[in-house]
Structure formats: C-alpha cells, structure tokens
Design a protein around this ligand. Sequence first.
Ligand SMILES: [Zn+2]
Length: 1001
Amino acid sequence: MILSRRLRSLLLYVLCLSTFGTIVSAQVKPGRDPNQSIDQDYTNKIREYTTAPYFNSPLTDYLPASPDVPTPKAVLGDVAGAPGKLPYAEDVYKYMRMLERASPRVKVFTIGTTEEGREMIAVAIASEQLISKLDENRARLAKLADPRTINMDEAEADRLVAASFPVYYITGTIHSPETGSPTALMELAYRLVVDNSAYVKSIRDSVVTLITPVVEVDGRNRMVDVYNWHLAHPNENWPQLIYWGHYVAHDNNRDAIGLSLKLTRNVLNTYLQWKPQVLHDLHESVPYLYDNTIGDGPYNAWVDPILTDEWQMIGWNNVSEMTKFGMPGVFAHGNFDTWSPGYLMFIAATHNGISRLYETFGNAGADTVERTLSPSEYQRTWYRQNPPLPKAKWSQRNNNNYQQTALLTSLYYFGNNSKLFLKNFYLKSKRSIDKPKNEGPAAYVFPGDDVRAGNQAELLRTLQAQGVEISRSTAPFTVAIKKKAGSAPAARPSPGASPAPAPKTDDRTFPAGSYIVRMDQPYSRIADALLDYQYWAPNDPQTDIYDDTAWTMGELANVEVVRVVDTKVLQAPMERITGDVRSRGGMVNNGSVYLINHNADNALATLRYRLKDVEMDAAEEPFEAAGRKFNRGSFIIRKAAAGDELRRVANELGVQVYAVADAPSVKTHPVRAARIAVMHTWLNTQDEGWYRLGLDQLQVPFAYISTQDVSRDPNLKSKYDVILFAPVSLGRGPQAIISGMPMYGNPLPWKKTQLTPNLGNIDETDDMRPGLGWSGLQNLQKFVKDGGLFITVDDTTDFAVNYGFTAGVGLSRSSRLRAVGVILRTKTVDSASPIAYGYGDSLAMYCSNGPIYSINNGVGGRGRPQGRATGRGTPDDPDTVQGRPPTELPEPPPRVEPWEAPPVQDEQRRNAIGLIPPSQRPRVVVRYADSRELFVSGLLDGGDEIAQRPAIIDVPSGNGHVLLFSTNPFWRGQTKGSYFLVFNAIMNWDNLNAGRKLAEK
Ligand SMILES: [Zn+2]
C-alpha cells in the first residue's frame, strides 16, 4: 500500500517533469486568447495612456472582459495607471475584496496593522483548484521548509515537490513616492483571475501569486494626499513627502535586520507562515526596468550559492523576454551591491527563498510628463544593450505596463520551472540544517552570565522573530573556541626541530543557562548572517557602496556572542525555549532601600519613566552591597513605599532589584525622568525617526517639536530639560538648518485638511519652508545657558560647533577615511562621567564617516604642538643656528593624546581673553580606539584619521551642557547597545559634571 502510493507519486513526479518539459519546448505565445472577448473601452484607454507602442507588451496591451469580475475601473473610475488617479490603500483593498467576492480564485487576508493602525493585506490568487487546497499545500511547503520533519528523506522530498505548487509573494510601494505598484497590482490581480490566454492560465494553474499591494500604508495615504493637493493646486509647488511611514522614510527598506517596523514584522510573519519561494519587492527609481536582483558584488557572504544561481536564472529570463517584446531599457546587474541583509526582499534570501527587486520608472505621482535622462541612464553599457531613450514622454500607465509585463514573465517562468524551484527550496533548507558539518559554525553561544541580561534577551527575541530557534543549556558545558588574535605568540621553531603546532583553540566553559543558537536548523542562515562579523576589503573593486557594510548584532547590542565551530556544542545539555526569551526580573532580599545595578540595559530607562514620580539616586562611585558589586551610576531608591510597584515593574521589565536595610555610603545625585523634546527640521525626518522609534519602544515620553516651534519660543527651558537633535543628513551644511527651504514660490503646508486628511498627524505647519532662523538659534542658546541639555549627533554636531555652542571644540570632515556604515571600537576616557554609567572600558559603535573632533582649552585655541622645523640633524636633534653658541631650549610641552586638549601655555595666560575656565572646558567621555583596535566590522579604510579622536564630548555651556556624538547611538533599531549613552545623559542632565576632575588652571 505504502509502496504503491510512493510509486504512484514517483510516477506523477516523472509525469510532471515531462509535462514541464513539453510546456517549455512548446513556448506558449504570450498574448491574448482570441476566443476571449476583451473589454474594449478599457483596452482603448490603455492605448491612450501608453505614450508609445514600445512601452507596452502583448501581455498588457489589452484587458480581457469578464461578465462577473469587476475591473479596476470599478474603484478607480478609470483604468490602472490613468493620469491623475492615485488610489488610497483602502481603495486598493476595496477592489481586492471585490475580486474576492466575484471569484473563487481570490482570497484576501489581513496580515496586521501599521504604526498608525491601518490594515495591511495579502491577496492570494490562483486557479480555484489551487486556492481550495491552500492549507494542504502549505503543510507540504512547511515540510520542505524544514527537512527535519521528513528526516531529510530525499525521496519524500521529491514526493512533496511533485505534489506541491509554489507561492510567489509580491510586495508593492514600500517607498511612498514610488506610486505605481498599487494600480499595477490591482490590474495584475484582475488578469490572473480572468485572462484565459494559455500564458496566464499556465501561471494560474501552477503558482499561487500572493500580493501585498501596499507595504507602507501610512506613507501611501500621505502620498496620495500630497498628490491630490498638487492636482488641486496645478500651478503651485507641492510639499515634499516629509513623512513616509510614522517613523522613517526609505529606511523602511533597511529594517530586515532590526525588525523595528510593523511593516517588516507583518511581511516577515506572512513569509514565515506561507513559506513562499520568492519575495519580490517593487520599487521605482530607475528608467525603465532594472531587475536589481542579480545586482553587483560583493554578494552577501551568508546566502546559499544555489540562491545566487537562481537570481541569474530568473533575472536573465526577465531581461531576455522583455527584450524580445521590444521594450527598451530593461536590464539586470547595474550598481546595486548585494551585501546588506537589511532590505525587505532579503527576508527571502536569508530564509531559503529567493529575493527579488524591480526598480521601474515612476513620476512620483500620476502625471504624464516629458522625462529627460542623464547620460549615465541612457548610455549603452555591457549589461544594458537596449538602454532607455534619452528623452521620452512618460506616464504612470507606462510604468504599470512594465511592472505587470515583467511580473507576468517572471510568474510564467517560475510556474514552468516550479518543480526545480521547489526542489531548490528544499535543498537550501536542507543545506541550512547541514551548516554545522559543512561550512559551520555549529552554533552561536550567548553566555548565561552576560552582565546585560536584558539586552541579551532583547537580541534573542529579535532572532526568534526571524523564526530562529533558541535553546538554553541546562548544565555547564565546555567547547573549543577560536583563540583571540594575538593571544598566543607564534612559536619560533629551533633549527632542525619540527615545531609543535600551537593550538589554535582554547577550551571555554559556559555556565548553565547559556543560550545556544544551533546552526542545524532551517533558519540558521539568518542567525549566522546577523551574528557574524563582516569584512569588506578596502581594495574591493566595488567603490559605489550601496549601504551599511556592517551590522554585527552582538557588538551593536553590547552583548557577548561567541561563534562556536566545535560541533561538540550541539551535544551540550540543553532545552529548546518555547515562548519569548525574557531576562529574569523582580526583587530579592528584604529591606526598605532598593538597589538596581547599572548595566546599561535599556529596560532601566523604561523603569525610570514608568516610576517617574519615585525619587531615585545614582551612585557616583561603585559600591558593594547585598554581597554584590554595583557599578557607578547604580540606582538607589530610598522610598520604602515604592517597593510593591517597583517589584511589579521590575518583574515585568526583567530588571533585578536588591532590597537592603541601609543605603550604601556613597556619593549620589538624583536620576531624573527628564522632560525631553525631540527637535526636527522640515527638511528631512529620516534619521531622527529612529530616535523617536527607540524612545517609543522603551516607553520614554517626549515632546515632538520642530525648528519652527523653537524659533517662536524664548522660554524653552520652562518646558524641557533636554532637547535632542538627531542627524538631519542633508549634506548641505548646518546653515540649511537655520535657513530652511528657499522662500521662492508659494507656501508649502503640511496639515490635516479635508483635502489632505492623512497629513499633520505627526506634526504640522502652514508652511514647511522656514527653518530655525536666528531667533531659533538664540532661543536654543538661551535654553543651554539656562541649564538645559542639548544633544547633537553627527551632522547636527556640525551645527552646534559652527554656531558657537561648544567653545573649545574643533570639527573637520574626513579626507581619506572610509568608514561606510561600519562598526568601530571606542574607549571610555572618563568613566566617572554619568554618560558612561553602566558601560565598560570599551564599546563597539556604529559610525558613518562621523565628524573628526579636536579639543582645546582656548577659544580659537592654538594648534596642536608640531614636530621640529626644517634644519640640521636627525628628526629628534635640535637645529643649530650657525655663528653663535647653541641656546637652551624650553622644556617641551607634555605629550598630548589625540583626544586631549594641549595644555595651557604661559603665553595664553598673559591676557586670557580666550582661555576657557576649567569648569567650562570640553570633557571627552569616549574616544575612538587606536588604529590597531579601531576596526570591528564592515569597511574601514584610512582609519588613522579618526583613530583616538574624541567620539563623545560633553561641553559645559553656561548652566547647561551640549553633547556631541561623532558616532550614531540610535541607528535603524540595530544599535541598542549604545542607546544608554543617550539615556544616561538625559537622566543625569542636571548632574553631568559629576565625577569631573577639573584642571587647576
Ligand atoms: Zn524604492
């Protein structure tokens, strides 16, 4: 019985293979079925809105008619891609649900909501037969996705492959100004449901097409508002889309590492649930269709080579088919390096699927306009033999033709080769499980005694969200781990003796309770890609680097992660964790004074704000109590009555509280739930969004104000203790913050109105153009003089330094340094500064060619001491003046480190107008490590330019402080290990001078 069933399925498999063979050789002709009538009105409109015949294809130059199924016109009032028509997400959903009601070939699923509560959907389309078997098909795909469930049995895998059909997942408009895909996907859905041509029918019968027509729903609706405003004001400039999603703009497509945004989580969960073989994301920035899947090197080093072959196969089929249609400007390769796993589509690449991405050509709206390209866009090159035209009238309809034609050719190709790709899907999953015995490593271990248990748990939860299984050791275990570089001197062999090879590994014992991320699991690849180190060679031929070069998550979380190659680790006694990883919290011992060790776990910031009315103190020195060591900055709570609430919150947040009878005798100052304002410009809100997101995630409340608000408010200090000014990333210099946008033309409102109901919810203004202005600058300076703390990062430190906030700080930009989204090592210079509380003497931080600081004790201070002048002798000889006896030279000034200010010279004190009083001098808290130790992960070239320079400077000013970060502590939800540098500054804002040693003069 069993045998015969297996035999039958094998037979079926052989049959399928041969059928697939015939289909390919028969070459179904793309184009309409002459026996199916077409919707003539709709077809006429397609032709009218397409600006030249060669911007369309036989697949999309007509629309088949249906007596029951409504066309997109039912919702749009015109055809997909019509000029002036840009539907809101709700209208797109309305149409998809009309399709679902009209046809058994469609099912619509809710896949979650956005930050602002809007729905996200996925639409499944296939023949009614396939749609009726979605669940059993999914059960088969789940087995192929996890070959452990079939004991890695190849024959069983083949049987499953034969019985299964693949899922091809398409996602539209993640980038809100890229407006074409919702209408393209509405029409594509219609075609897949209705079209009876052999070509489309073959897709419908062999593939489940899964569509999320709008990924960034909040941003889509704002974009439609802006476009409608433009239609209503035809002769005016229109406001730029300052907010796409609730937090960030194009960086929503860099979140597949940090998983901070709802849209990433919703698409990821859909991917994990449906087990699609492809995730294909639609973008619009390049004429006319750039299939960037194949891209350029370097490729991500952790993906399976089977995948990179698949990129080539599908990508080149795409180019080749559309070339045959005569459509200009379709190409692959291009300049997109395929290194970072942060892109949404890469969810598939790191989970044994196939990632794909199109850039088509959009007009950022639905206007039809003449577009003139740059030579780099229209010139022929080896990978673009039929380039775009230098000049062409371009319409949203053209864009929709390209998007649909390309997707249809891909779906057709994929359907025809579905068994091959399903088998590959199985093989990639199997090879992921085989990782420990092939390329390794065997596991990553998170030691059970990590001092930052909270941040450790948070990182592990991010891995769990990726579908990664986590185990915990139930007893100590010992494995060999790689020796740290430089830990053993190379043995010098004596002549004639064969040298005993020095061991390359050390044994290390991990305590019970250590977390183990086994690599013999189907999603080992994503864990490996995220936890490993990155190395981008400075001489890599790729000089056009697309994005960050490093993301090593353990380093960025300030959590220890050990890569273990020794397969013995897999035999360690352990149990699989069910449910989320949590750090243990609560209260131990008895007493009426409560102590919390400061370990820079982010939960401490949440705790401080959750108990905002409870007085807490910070210890200015380390101390011992309850038989434990407490770090500098540890919290001391003397209010016995707060015990119950504290116990509850600590329990919930995974924070350990120690109750003792008496407070330790150590100097303290208050730790405050400071009043925070996050200040933004109306020029760009991309990078500051990651700050808002981090604060919101940790439930740290803040006011959100614009530079325009600041320009009108001379009493900022009465409302706020801290103003946080995150990077603006303009590349236009700090004066743009003052001046804002040019004041030509009409005002640019960003406001909720009847015409624009989705604008203004985050912040609003009647006119986006004015900047901070001189009054705003004055108000900010007064805020600091009045005692406020002004926090600046990267390019907003340029603003602070250039506009006189920071006496004694010099700033330059790199000339040779290439630190491209890299992780660098920093060293704590002043561990007594409250900003460094909870940190050790070294921290890896994200840096993107950060500013290079120097400090001085004088305003407009003298340069750093130089070496000797040209003259006689060797470099360390004195020069000698000829014809007179040599003179005694003054004692050379003491050696000054690059992060220190040169000592004050006697000459400076004679009339000390520019000499900064000791208490007002810049205080360097953290510096970059020296050249040898600086590099942690990514690409670093010319590092000596920034090595040892200050990285974080606390500058006293009047009664307040200005904080400068050359690194970026809040980046893309990935840098959770450096968040607390900012929280420390915030919570100690009125005691930042604690522990400061002042110079005598
Ligand atoms: Zn894009």
